[in-house]
Design a protein around this ligand. Structure first.
Ligand code: GCU
Length: 594
């Protein structure tokens, strides 16, 4: 009996392990895809009955089998087809009132039809699932992914059936010490399959990813490198940029890569001129298209130079939340609304906090001429000495860069926010910074630091990580967590010859609440705070930009003041329903003069 169980288990492992997670595929919007978005059935599984037996061992009779009773006496205690549905992509918190505060496991199931194309492969692509996902196709375990804001994909060619298929995802958004982010963070822990789910049609040999960049202004050179999904020599990849009259065919080397430089003088991408070029990449008769802009970005002394010219980053911080009323956003329309509000403020730059936002948002910002700071959620007190936590953070960093490395508008990769000083933290973060630079040495590296000493109105920033970043950024909350009346007396000391960004400042106001400037939560209090901060910060030597906290009131479980916060962080310049607060005009006018 024991031998049979082991044998069955081994068979099961063999069957399921043939499905594999494959390296992240780039430029999904430019590929042949079929959407699996729509209504998915869901089962809320508080005690993970669908995954563990009553001894807390993973069970092989779990919900992933989508079992149905075959005989009258059969006992199957779940039925996806009878379960309610919710929208994917989306979060469960705003779609099912009972799940507003819910953190735990929810199973999702969807049936779909598939007609295989002879000789083609199919990938199953998730743009993001928060937080911990086990994915099954027709009962086969495809893999396990952690991290709520970056994509992952599986080659499911062998698991797909002709005709009907069943995909099941176990999603668990419980917060844990070793996670990234860790147990506490000041945003809503929206759970679910929060971004697109797609079937991607590829040839057995396909272009996994590529990078196309302007090397330097002087050289007028564009560099192109491409990587196939396999290490094979002799494959011909053709790059075409019709408007630049460029057509170049490369042949891959034994490691499946190829690269080249080309002379070119493209119009440069910038906020005033967000010029994008259509780019075609062809392999084996299959062409995928992308839209790419060309620009250079660098730090020189205390200046940030875009296309060789000093630029001031007139920014605002944004959370990935629908313009009206909360919930994860995941569309070009939602992004366009939020980014238009930023444009109204006079912004040429946004900080997408504190995690990689969806690809629609990044691409829409690129079309709208908005530069981007993109960040991974290494936030507050991460489990620095836990190597799995480090690998998790590094993976999120690498996936963020792989997904967006061809976006001209992304100028800064941020590796952390407000992290407490320690050797373990420095080791963790310095490794991440070096990893980022090894993956992409064409952009600026930064992180949101904190002021380290503030006696006698002298604010000093001292952080070992200054060695690893190109831009020194810090958050400060004079006027909110510190007295606004001190602002005029404040002095700032940032002892590094690098550009300085104030990555956060701000204060709360309940839209429509009016009163004296020293009355907390009034619009007048926030308005005054902005005036004082802008006057104070413009004295900082080397100030190259800012991203005040924050564009819009956003949901947070840490904000519980009834009648004022009601589970919203109220530091927005817009209310949660899009009303402008008085401070909006202070910042707009200040940016208007810059
Ligand atoms: C911090 C943090 C934000 C938070 C903000 C606040 O600086 O980075 O995530 O929301 O402060 O307190 O409002």
């Amino acid at each position: 009996m024991k031998r049979l169980t082991i044998f069955l288990l081994l068979v099961n492992i063999f069957l399921t392990s043939s499905a594999k997670e494959v390296p992240l595929v780039g430029n999904i919007p430019g590929r042949q895809t079929a959407s699996l978005n729509g209504d998915w059935h869901y089962i809320v599984d508080v005690q993970e009955e669908g995954y563990y037996d009553y001894r807390m061992n993973p069970t092989r009779w779990g919900f992933f089998r989508n079992d149905k009773p075959r005989r009258p006496e059969d006992l199957i205690e779940y039925d996806f087809d009878k379960a309610p549905t919710m929208q994917v992509p989306g979060d469960w918190n705003t779609q099912d009132q009972q799940l507003f505060f819910y953190e735990g496991t929810v199973w999702f199931m969807r049936r779909f039809n598939h007609q295989p194309k002879a000789g083609h492969h199919t990938l199953l692509y998730f743009e993001a699932v928060n937080y911990d996902a086990h994915v099954y196709l027709n009962g086969n375990h495809l893999g396990h992914h952690v991290g709520g804001f970056t994509p992952f994909n599986y080659d499911v060619t062998e698991q797909l059936h002709e005709g009907e298929n069943v995909v099941i995802v176990k999603v668990d958004n419980k917060r844990r010490k070793e996670n990234v982010p860790t147990q506490i963070f000041d945003w809503w822990n929206y759970g679910g399959i929060t971004r697109d789910v797609l079937l991607v049609d590829v040839e057995p040999v396909y272009v996994e990813n590529y990078s196309l960049q302007l090397e330097s202004l002087e050289g007028c050179q564009i560099s192109f490198s491409v990587k196939l999904n396999c290490e094979e020599a002799g494959h011909e990849v053709t790059l075409a940029i019709p408007e630049l009259r460029i057509t170049k065919t490369l042949t891959t080397a034994a490691d499946g890569t190829a690269s080249c430089f080309m002379k070119a003088k493209p119009e440069l991408w910038s906020p005033d001129h967000p010029r994008l070029y259509r780019v075609d990449i062809t392999l084996g008769g299959n062409t995928m298209t992308d839209e790419i802009g060309f620009r250079t970005i660098e730090a020189r002394g205390k200046q940030i130079l875009l296309n060789g010219e000093p630029i001031f980053l007139k920014g605002i911080s944004i959370h990935e939340e629908k313009p009206n009323g909360g919930g994860r956003c995941n569309s070009t329309e939602d992004a366009h609304t939020l980014l238009s509000w930023a444009k109204e403020l006079g912004c040429n730059y946004v900080r997408l906090a504190h995690y990689p936002h969806n690809e629609y948002a990044v691409r829409e910002a690129e079309r709208m001429g908005i530069m981007v700071w993109s960040e991974i959620p290494v936030y507050w007190t991460i489990d620095w000495t836990n190597f799995d936590t480090y690998l998790n953070a590094e993976r999120q960093l690498s996936d963020m860069i792989q997904r967006d490395k061809n976006r001209a508008n992304i100028i800064i990769w941020s590796i952390a926010n407000e992290t407490p000083h320690s050797d373990a933290r420095d080791n963790f973060l310095s490794r991440l910074a070096q990893k980022a630079r090894s993956l992409d040495d064409t952009r600026l590296i930064s992180m949101a630091m904190e002021v380290t000493s503030a006696s006698n109105y002298k604010n000093r920033l001292q952080d070992n990580m200054h060695r690893y970043v190109d831009v020194v950024s810090f958050n400060q909350y004079i006027g909110w967590y510190r007295d606004v009346n001190d602002a005029p007396k404040m002095e700032w000391e940032v002892p590094y010859d690098k550009p300085v960004i104030v990555s956060e400042f701000g204060g709360g106001a309940r839209a429509g609440l009016h009163g004296a400037v020293n009355q907390r939560w009034t619009e007048e209090f926030q308005e005054n705070l902005y005036r004082e901060n802008l006057a104070m910060l413009s004295k900082i030597d080397g100030l190259a930009g800012m991203s005040p906290w924050i564009l819009k009131d956003f949901r947070s479980p840490r904000r519980v003041l009834v009648g004022i916060q009601d589970y919203y962080n109220r530091k927005g310049l817009f209310s949660d329903s899009g009303e402008k607060k008085k401070a909006f005009f202070v910042l707009r006018d200040w940016y208007g003069k810059r």
